[in-house]
Design a protein around this ligand. Structure first.
Ligand SMILES: CC(C)(COP(=O)(O)OP(=O)(O)OC[C@H]1O[C@@H](n2cnc3c(N)ncnc32)[C@H](O)[C@@H]1OP(=O)(O)O)[C@@H](O)C(=O)NCCC(=O)NCCS
Length: 275
């Protein structure tokens, strides 16, 4: 263990506020998110977890390590720190490290692209027999979870969501059911597009937060329709830039987004390290 970074499973109230302050200041400096949304939620809601702190007359650095089979490290600001790496590898034999806006590592395990496009986007006609409506919290949970988990069977962040995972997000202050659209065919949920407006970001971009088509209905044009509907809800809220994150190896989704005029704005990478 090094003496620069210290580890704790629970942030004291003062440290928690200092971490939030550091995250907020870093976001302003970088003009982008400083930390993955879920990790930030962990700090906001005071969830226990593996927190790493660099303190020297004040908080100088923060990192979070997930409790997953291969723990995943992310540092506030998204960089790499050799002292922290040494500390983390003294505790875990193998770790993944999420690097933001830092492409070009030949041995990256995963590359995640941020893609953007201006709004409005071209509309795609909704065919007869398909019905578009908003998600109703509580009433649509079960059907949406079934769709989500069928569409993302092995996805590290998106798959195997529980009722609790869904509710935790629909209880967030940013949640807005009018930006969460569903497509039904004969009363059956076939596709969904959940959007999120980043109200506190200087550019106020709108994110395609989760998009999925039931595997039984894929390759029939529903992805295009539901994406078009999601983008239209963002536009109706005055958003002028749409954004989304996609794994670089995900060809079908990338191809859908490129057809829609999305372009790569940034690349994040996940590197693996062994003790
Ligand atoms: C990605 C996804 C939303 C596409 O939905 P879909 O209804 O199958 O897509 P569409 O039929 O509307 O196809 C639109 C375009 O997407 C691309 N596409 C869709 N499926 C594809 C596939 N299997 N291989 C290659 N391209 C594909 C093509 O560019 C296609 O245009 P084309 O038909 O003119 O070639 C759907 O596959 C899905 O829900 N996947 C699982 C969840 C997921 O990965 N979401 C995205 C996370 S970033």
């Amino acid at each position: 263990m090094n003496d620069v970074w210290t580890i704790t499973r629970r942030l004291t109230p003062l440290r928690r506020l200092a971490v939030l302050d550091l995250i907020n200041r870093t976001e302003v400096e970088l003009g982008r998110e400083a930390l993955d949304e879920n990790r930030r939620r962990g700090v906001i809601h005071d969830w226990p977890g593996e927190h790493w702190l660099k303190e020297d007359g004040g908080l100088r650095g923060y990192a979070h390590v997930t409790d997953t089979q291969v723990p995943c490290v992310e540092m506030c600001g998204g960089g790499l720190d050799q002292d922290l790496l040494a500390g983390v590898l003294a505790v875990h034999p193998v770790v993944d490290w999420w690097l933001r806006d830092s492409p070009g590592h030949a041995h990256a395990m995963r590359t995640i692209r941020l893609m953007t496009r201006p709004l409005p986007a071209p509309r795609v006609e909704v065919p007869e027999g398909a019905r578009i409506r908003h998600f109703r919290p509580g009433l649509d949970d079960e059907a949406w979870l079934a769709l989500n988990n069928a569409a993302f069977p092995d996805h590290p962040e998106q798959g195997e969501w529980s009722q609790e995972d869904l509710e935790a997000r629909t209880r967030e202050p940013w949640f807005d059911p009018s930006g969460f659209v569903l497509l039904e065919i004969d009363g059956e949920l076939a596709a969904s597009c959940w959007t999120k407006v980043h109200e506190l970001h200087p550019d106020r971009p709108g994110e395609i937060y989760v998009i999925s088509v039931d595997p039984r209905f894929q390759r029939r044009g529903l992805g295009r329709i539901i994406l078009s509907e999601g983008l239209a809800t963002l536009r109706s809220k005055g958003v002028s830039t749409a954004m989304l994150f996609v794994d670089a190896s995900h060809e079908s989704a990338t191809s859908l987004y490129e057809h829609f005029g999305f372009e790569v704005a940034r690349e994040d990478q996940i590197l693996r390290f062994y003790a």
